[in-house]
Design a protein. Structure first.
Length: 285
């Protein structure tokens, strides 16, 4: 009887011990997950700060190129009553090509028929008349004031046809703050692309990439010999690893100096987006 009780008691203790071991494993698993979550949060904050720094650089460059933000205004001889503007144009008297914001139709084919400018019918919606347009100092006019029609010529005169074009004002370009917002919206996509590219690298390829990155940080560039001395590998092996990195889409630039020495650098866009530590952390996720 006592043996049965002892056996049951030992079985109960064994069960408790097994439950304790399982519970301990779950606690350790939860701790590992929490540690990984904290690491991801820290990495996300670091990456976001680097993107914000990049955006500040873009804003400064935009200000240097475009200058202070201004609002363009257009003055008209007569205040328009409707959004569209009707401007008379003579195709055969244009002094220069118009900008692309004023699209022109194909020129109207010339005919041998001589037409008197006084016979041209003007659209009723144009105000003031053609004669009054000469006094507006319009930059589209060359000041020809017309050509006499009573002079005999050996070649037929070009037919002048009054054409009106509707000018559409261009939309305002996005502000620098809107551009920054778009960049931040693509933050997750950029991180995912970097992680997928470097996830495909082997440990040795990652080591070669990291060495190129570090040596470039020290002196601005590196070469095959310096990397081979650093890693105790042959130059041929380093060339092979660099070729593999390029085939896998890793942005490494090769600049030949005096047709002899090849300098290796990391593409500047990647260095601006992510530091070496950030790239390694993304790869290990």
């Amino acid at each position: 009887m006592k043996n049965d009780d002892n056996s049951k008691l030992r079985g109960a203790f064994q069960k408790v011990k097994e439950d304790y071991v399982e519970l301990k494993k779950e606690v350790e698993s939860i701790k590992a997950i929490r540690s990984e979550i904290d690491s991801l949060k820290s990495l996300n904050l670091q990456f976001k700060n680097e993107i914000i720094h990049l955006c500040d650089i873009l804003i400064d460059l935009s200000k240097k190129v475009n200058g202070p933000e201004t609002r363009e205004t257009i003055s008209f001889p007569h205040p328009p009553q409707i959004p569209s503007i009707q401007i008379p144009l003579y195709f055969n008297q244009m002094p220069y090509n118009l900008p692309s914001v004023f699209p022109l139709a194909s020129p109207i084919p010339q005919t041998n028929q001589q037409t008197n400018p006084t016979d041209v019918q003007h659209p009723q919606h144009i105000n003031p008349p053609l004669n009054d347009l000469k006094s507006l100092n319009n930059p589209l006019s060359i000041g020809n004031r017309g050509v006499p029609t009573d002079r005999q010529t050996d070649r037929p005169t070009d037919q002048q046809v009054l054409v009106t074009k509707e000018v559409t004002l261009p939309l305002n370009p996005p502000t620098p703050f809107e551009s920054v917002s778009n960049i931040l919206d693509n933050l997750d996509g950029i991180k995912k692309e970097i992680r997928l590219k470097f996830k495909r690298l082997t440990e040795q390829e990652t080591l070669v990439f990291s060495t190129i990155y570090q040596l470039e940080e020290e002196k601005g560039y590196t070469d095959y010999k310096e990397i081979s001395d650093k890693l105790s590998l042959t130059e041929s092996s380093i060339r092979d690893y660099v070729g593999r990195l390029l085939k896998k889409g890793i942005p490494i630039e090769k600049n030949k100096i005096n047709n002899k020495i090849i300098h290796l650098t990391i593409a500047p866009p990647l260095k601006k987006i992510a530091s070496l530590s950030t790239i390694i952390q993304l790869k290990d996720l």
